[in-house]
Design a protein around this ligand. Structure first.
Ligand SMILES: [Zn+2]
Length: 209
């Protein structure tokens, strides 16, 4: 708990303690030397392809983080089904495990270095299945296959891309309301995250989407 309070102070007013159950990785210190070769703690890592929705390529993650990802996929499926009448077939990502520092905070190990983070870039949707129930006003183009990408769709205000913006915003609102999925959620509102959502389970909570 002391660790969490310290981190909240160091990261400024944006961080607060997590509101969910304790995770094994919470006990690991994240402080590292700011330069030189980085040593990541040995933590369990598994290959994960996605149980509810597949990832475009397999992830390497900590088993506890996999549980959070399953819940995330379920929220993606529910939100996409409401907005588009079907779930995506793939989640596009920019990486999971990667032993490195936090770019803006080189004194700290990135959660990617613990297999405790995922960068989501978009979603691949199939054509609308014949018997699927889609919203009556779904644009005709969106009954065909398409992709949603954080960049540029997050900002879109008209045309079919505005549906993508609606989907992405509804999704992040739902994820923010769930303390039991991700603790840190960064997006286009945060420096360096124009084209992806960064989700992790660090031992503090920051939401800047
Ligand atoms: Zn990331």
């Amino acid at each position: 708990m002391l660790w969490t309070t310290l981190m909240a102070l160091l990261l400024g007013q944006v961080a607060s303690p997590p509101q969910d159950s304790h995770l094994a990785l919470d006990d690991l210190a994240r402080v590292v030397e700011p330069t030189g070769k980085i040593q990541c703690p040995k933590v369990p890592l598994i290959s994960y392809r996605g149980d509810v929705i597949r990832y475009a390529s397999p992830l390497r993650v900590n088993p506890e983080f996999r549980e959070r990802l399953r819940r995330f996929e379920t929220v993606v499926r529910e939100t996409a089904t409401e907005v588009y009448g079907r779930a995506p077939t793939q989640i596009l990502h920019l990486g999971s495990f990667n032993c490195r520092r936090i770019r803006l905070w080189p004194d700290y190990l990135s959660e990617h270095g613990l297999g405790n983070a995922l960068d989501v870039a978009g979603f691949v949707f199939p054509p609308l299945p014949r018997r699927a129930k889609a919203p009556d006003d779904l644009p005709k183009q969106l009954t065909r296959a398409f992709r949603v990408r954080i960049d540029p769709d997050w900002q879109a205000t008209d045309g079919p891309a505005a549906w993508h913006a609606r989907f992405l915003h509804a999704l992040t609102q739902r994820l923010t309301a769930r303390a039991d999925i991700f603790r840190v959620m960064l997006g286009p509102a945060y420096p360096g995250h124009k084209n992806h959502f960064h989700f992790d389970c660090a031992p503090w909570r920051i939401v800047e989407i």
